[in-house]
Write a protein that binds this ligand. Structure first.
Ligand SMILES: Nc1ncnc2c1ncn2[C@@H]1O[C@H](COP(=O)(O)OP(=O)(O)OP(=O)(O)O)[C@@H](O)[C@H]1O
Ligand SMILES: Nc1ncnc2c1ncn2[C@@H]1O[C@H](COP(=O)(O)OP(=O)(O)OP(=O)(O)O)[C@@H](O)[C@H]1O
Ligand SMILES: [Mg+2]
Ligand SMILES: [Mg+2]
Lengths: 265, 265
């Protein structure tokens, strides 16, 4: 049963792309077959995997009904296929606004190949526009990376409200399955308080009919580790670059938690 | 001579608001009179200063030609006045698009009060839309906070190209006066390489007629310091919260560098 997961947070620089890359790589190391989609005009996924952007990008997939996903995907690693982005994707939001099924463009392109993968992971830009809405319509699950900082909590509650509003009409089966704590500084009072607040928010939502009803704080938090910031400058995942470092250990365990949380949902 | 400075970077979470607040507070401690403008619909400046958003916000200033800035500004600290934002500002980008002088709305509102301040500091949202363009039209200087990470360099060169394009028609006197290195991890190879690359980029632009011709990497870098992330949860600047910590020392010295770099420009 393929799991389609959107990695989402409208706040910038919180660890979406780093999580997309290293979660995908960790799952592939567990033998899973992964398709990764770059929906961000910043085009970071190609850089992180050390591959050239493909001639056919996710932009072509969205803009042109005739282009199949098999034209766009490239092999990024053993068991990881990648659909790259391009800078022109930034224009897509205004270009796509007039298409009849503008929310479902990605979902339609994914449908024929879903059975080939265990996981499809979609990296979203830091916004709640049409690209992210395509991810929300195509996915069944959301994972929200966030920092354990004070202002991050406000951003997350606004994000959840927006998801609830969008999802109602668009994709009622969508659920927020987990939050990933990124760049976590464990021994700080601030981080502990933010985690407590967040856990409290989820505990109080268990009885409500909301998309985050069963949302968990995925274990473990991903510790701040400069190796995770260095790896993309070499076009490497953390498992290529420094497989024994704290960042690699954390993402490996996170992948195990992601696999395990399917059982409960 | 009032210096109007926009704090800009389209990337999210790089330290714009933290720099706006603590640079303003450090300059005020040096006896300067400061006006701070919150142009971000996330409305973080009110939170950082521990003040309620005012009944009249920057949104009203932009939308309504009749509202003077004296209606909106509130006293945030001794020598710091603040114009707060509101969530509805997010709608402003589409609402303002049809106004005849949509780029100059902020500049016009600032003009009558400039003489009351030594510095006007404008906190921008993480985007290059109409709000940020209003900041670019109103300012004479840009300060760009950035992280010393690999992908940050790419973001900065794209930002500079966009500034050059916008500035040509909009505000030919605008210059990029400095980059602030935020959340800097000094002893890492990555940070050193990013700083070298950035310095190299500026050195090679000294002879060209570009807005960053005289841009400097402002000294010192702002070290990563959890106190800077804790202060806003108490509605305090770093000088209220923990005046002897590394974050406060760094911003104090940064303010001295900002004052000094006027002499050369
Ligand atoms: N655990 C970590 N430790 C250290 N650095 C990290 C960690 N996670 C991410 N980073 C670095 O922080 C920066 C932001 O991370 P990333 O690009 O993954 O965020 P993002 O949410 O995808 O950003 P955007 O909103 O711009 O797409 C990058 O330079 C990345 O290398
Ligand atoms: N030097 C620092 N050390 C530790 N934490 C920091 C530092 N500078 C900023 N932070 C924290 O990092 C996060 C992002 O900073 P900030 O809000 O200033 O960035 P921003 O560029 O204004 O973000 P946005 O694009 O969302 O407006 C905040 O939680 C802030 O408290
Ligand atoms: Mg990203
Ligand atoms: Mg900000």
């Amino acid at each position: 049963m393929t799991r389609v997961i959107a990695i989402l947070n409208q706040k910038g620089g919180v660890g979406k792309t780093t999580t997309t890359v290293n979660l995908a790589a960790a799952l592939a190391e567990m033998g899973k077959r992964i398709l990764v989609i770059d929906l961000d005009p910043q085009t970071h996924l190609g850089l992180h995997f050390g591959v050239e952007d493909a001639a056919t990008s996710v932009y072509d997939l969205l803009i042109d009904d005739e282009v199949p996903i098999t034209d766009a995907r490239i092999k990024a690693r053993k068991r990881i296929d990648l659909v790259t982005s391009e800078v022109d994707l930034a224009a897509a939001e205004s270009e796509l606004v007039s298409k009849t099924d503008r929310h479902d463009l990605l979902a339609k392109k994914l449908a024929p190949v879903l059975h080939e993968y265990d996981f499809v992971i979609i990296d979203c830009p830091p916004s709640l526009g049409l690209l992210t809405i395509n991810a929300l319509a195509a996915a069944e699950e959301l994972i929200v990376p966030m920092q354990t900082h004070f202002l991050a909590l406000q951003g997350v509650s606004r994000l959840f409200e927006t998801v609830q509003m969008l999802v109602g009409g668009l994709n009622p089966k969508l659920r927020v399955s987990g939050v990933v704590l990124c760049m976590h500084e464990r021994n700080t009072k601030l981080a502990r308080e933010v985690v407590d607040d967040l856990q409290g928010f989820f505990d109080s939502s268990r009885e409500n009919d909301v998309p985050w009803k069963n949302c968990v704080i995925l274990d473990p938090p991903i510790r701040r580790n400069v190796k995770l910031a260095e790896a993309p400058s070499f076009g490497q995942t953390i498992f290529d670059y420094e497989p024994d470092c704290a960042g690699a250990q954390d993402y490996k365990k996170l992948a195990e938690s992601v696999v395990a949380c399917e059982m409960q949902n």
